[in-house]
Write a protein that binds this ligand. Structure first.
Ligand code: SF4
Length: 283
């Protein structure tokens, strides 16, 4: 959906004043599912006869509110950009201000029909837009879907401890996921969903321009590096992604299930911090 550039306040006002269609579903009793798009009247034929999905006014109003909470004040027209697995060329990279533009596009995205229908909101990313280091996970879970912020559940709290053990804070780094929408039941992202969302990830990375990416878990590592190699073999050394140094390690959720693996994650963090020139306190 493309809007002319307009004040978010005026957009919200106009949506609030419009009556929600009687066939729109009410809030669900299931947590994180209270903005399901209507099952009926959600699909329309475009001029080429192909089926397109139209979000309900309720869903659009909630997305606008979510954007407003994130500090977005205007919505640009949606840009047509190629879905590519490559990072944009350096001379085509957008400026640091463009994260808000990308976030506004993501908030309207319905490329993955199932995820767009079941998400509460998109989870774009959080942190320093000029971070040297980006942490990349696989997809939002229930807590993240509810809060609109990546890594806020138990695994997120453990990630925060890992970052702090590296003498950094969440405000020093940028945290994001391969997918911006929660897969139902926390299933793994489908390849087609990861491909759909890759353009947004590429544009985020092209805007932030990190020197380092730390992939958390096999889904993030294998998707980013386009490999089938296991996380056990990927971890512990740097990989190159068009000049960005990528270090892979285990996902914090795995550490919650398997605490002895924390030692290996700490070894990986020591490798990463040494490369970044960050001195860690002696333990
Ligand atoms: S996962 Fe990404 S591509 Fe798919 S609907 Fe969400 S924002 Fe769009």
């Amino acid at each position: 959906m493309a809007y002319p550039k307009a004040s978010l306040d005026s957009r919200l006002k106009s949506f609030r004043s419009e009556k929600v269609p009687s066939n729109s579903p009410g809030p669900s009793s299931r947590p994180g599912r209270n903005t399901r798009m209507p099952a009926r009247n959600a699909n329309e034929k475009n001029t080429k006869g192909k089926t397109t999905r139209t979000p309900s006014k309720r869903a659009v109003a909630q997305r606008l509110q979510s954007l407003q909470r994130a500090g977005v004040t205007h919505i640009p027209k949606a840009a047509q950009t190629p879905n590519t697995a490559q990072l944009p060329d350096a001379d085509q990279q957008p400026s640091g201000e463009d994260l808000q533009i990308i976030a506004a596009e993501v908030a309207q995205c319905v490329r993955c029909a199932e995820l767009a229908e079941t998400r509460t909101q998109t989870v774009f990313g959080v942190g320093n837009p000029h971070a040297r280091l980006v942490f990349l996970g696989e997809a939002p879970g229930a807590d993240e879907d509810r809060e609109g912020i990546p890594f806020v559940g138990r695994a997120g709290q453990l990630l925060t401890k890992i970052i702090e053990a590296c003498t950094l804070s969440r405000d020093d780094v940028y945290i994001l996921n391969i997918l911006k929408c929660r897969p139902p039941g926390n299933r793994n992202p489908l390849p087609v969903e990861a491909a759909n969302c890759r353009e947004y990830l590429n544009r985020q990375l092209a805007t932030i321009k990190p020197e380092y990416i730390c992939c958390l878990g096999s889904v993030a590592a294998q998707n980013l590096l386009d490999t089938d190699t296991t996380i056990g073999k990927l971890r512990g050394k740097f990989h190159d992604l068009q000049g960005i140094k990528v270090l892979c390690t285990y996902h914090p959720a795995y550490l919650l299930r398997n605490p002895p693996a924390k030692r290996m994650v700490w070894e990986d963090m020591q490798i990463l911090m040494a490369e970044m020139g960050i001195e860690l306190p002696k333990k």
